[in-house]
Ligand binder design. Structure first.
Ligand code: DSN
Length: 423
């Protein structure tokens, strides 16, 4: 973990406080149902009940919504809960395709394909990355889909939620935003706010730009009648027990997001923008130059001149820099193993405390490795070794792996002590 520069856009690290809670006794236990009295199907759950109810309430507060399903154990699991609640065989849905960055679970071969075979793709502008709003509105009016899905896994810019929501409202179409990648940026107020802009449901992963362990959430302002379907499809529809040991770290992460999310998200976006500019200066073809490259944690680079995404990702890995190769919108799907692109995310390195000068340095290492053909592993290791504390947490110095785990509930004055002491 500390020997590599990790630029996988879907990963992050826990703070020491959150991490120390991960292997607790809750990992041995079951707690089906809801935390309210009489709504559990197991005995002996009073401690996890307190924590689960608190996670749910804190999520509602953080995202300004009235409904939160926090039992889902991953983003894909959360997606499945919503798809299975609303999509029936023969229903039309509209999604982002795989080659423009749509998630696998939105595709005919993924979760969505279990419920309907009528999966259409959003019409796009010539650049391939952005949705063509006018043609999309026409498509919705013509096809009258059951559900439309915005948000994706290669996401540098906001999606046109407000514009699409207006036509969905008129036609009674459910608008879902998959915010798995950008959940922490939304919480930090540095990306669009899909629910405020008119989405019915916001889906998320808690471990990409959000500070938590690997889980999923469903957030909404739906009325109780429609929410009940989601509730029933979460349990017993799509899960029974829900990996209880990851709930206390998620509560810590939610407090961290409340306290530091704005500052963190601002630095993530600043870092991504600096990284993009530095890569361009180093000779790389960073996508979406005319829009300013990015407003998220991600940067997409066309590396065909350097041998392709698969070749470059392998060379970088040999040098302790880890990232994904990625299809770019103009790629043929057959290129899946060596597509044109690299998808680079700066959210984890930002969590470790890196700022703009470090982004310039990583771009220089990219140039040395991929353009000049130099071995940079020792340089990377030396550079990475300076970042040993997870920042944006209540007690950054306790982030070191050798820090005593008891400090989790031992520090004074933070809300975590009140809520988790003794568990
Ligand atoms: N496949 C993951 C990603 O890297 O985007 C999300 O599940």
């Amino acid at each position: 973990m500390r020997a590599t520069v990790n630029l996988i856009a879907s990963e992050n690290v826990l703070s020491a406080r959150a991490r120390a809670l991960l292997p607790s006794d809750f990992g041995h236990r079951y707690a089906e149902g809801h935390p309210e009295p009489g709504k559990r199907y197991y005995q002996g759950t009073r401690h996890i009940d307190v924590i689960e109810a608190r996670v749910r309430d804190e999520m509602k507060g953080l995202f300004g919504c009235s409904q939160a399903e926090v039992r889902t154990v991953s983003g894909t699991n959360a997606n499945d809960v919503v798809f299975s609640s609303f999509v029936k065989p023969g229903d039309v849905v509209i999604v982002n395709s795989l080659s423009v960055g749509g998630h696998i679970s939105h595709q005919p071969i993924g979760g969505m394909g279990k419920y309907t075979d009528r999966i259409l793709e959003w019409p796009r502008h010539a650049n391939g990355y952005q949705i063509d709003v006018d043609r999309s509105k026409d498509l919705i009016a013509k096809e009258k889909p059951r559900l439309v899905l915005l948000g994706k896994s290669l996401i540098m810019f906001p999606e046109p939620v407000r514009e699409i929501a207006a036509v969905c409202r008129d036609l009674g179409v459910l608008l879902v935003f998959d915010g798995a990648h950008v959940l922490g940026l939304i919480a930090g107020g540095q990306f669009q706010s899909p629910l405020a802009e008119g989405a019915d449901i916001l889906l998320g992963s808690t471990h990409k730009t959000f500070f938590g362990p690997q889980r999923g959430v469903v957030l909404s302002n739906l009325d109780d009648k429609r929410w009940k379907r989601i509730d029933r499809l979460a349990f017993p529809g799509c899960l029974s027990n829900h990996h209880l040991n990851t709930l206390p770290p998620l509560l810590v992460a939610t407090y961290e997001m409340k306290a530091f999310g704005r500052e963190y998200a601002r630095q993530v976006v600043a870092n991504a923008q600096e990284f993009a500019k530095s890569l361009v200066a180093a000779g790389f073809d960073v996508q979406l130059a005319d829009l300013g490259y990015t407003q998220s944690h991600q940067v997409a680079v066309d590396v065909r001149k350097q041998g392709g995404g698969g070749v470059c990702a392998a060379k970088l890995e040999e040098n302790d820099i880890i990232c994904n190769y990625n299809l770019l919108p103009f790629d043929d799907k057959k290129l899946a193993k060596n597509p044109s692109g690299l998808r680079l995310g700066v959210q984890e390195m930002t969590h470790w405390g890196m700022k703009e000068p470090e982004m310039e340095e990583i771009a220089r290492l990219f140039k040395a490795c991929l353009i000049e053909g130099k071995a940079v592993r020792e340089e990377v290791d030396h550079f990475r070794a300076k970042f040993i504390d997870v920042h944006y947490s209540f007690d950054p110095r306790a982030s070191r792996e050798d820090a005593p785990t008891k400090r989790v509930s031992g520090s004074k004055g933070s809300p975590i002590d009140m809520d988790l002491a003794g568990y």
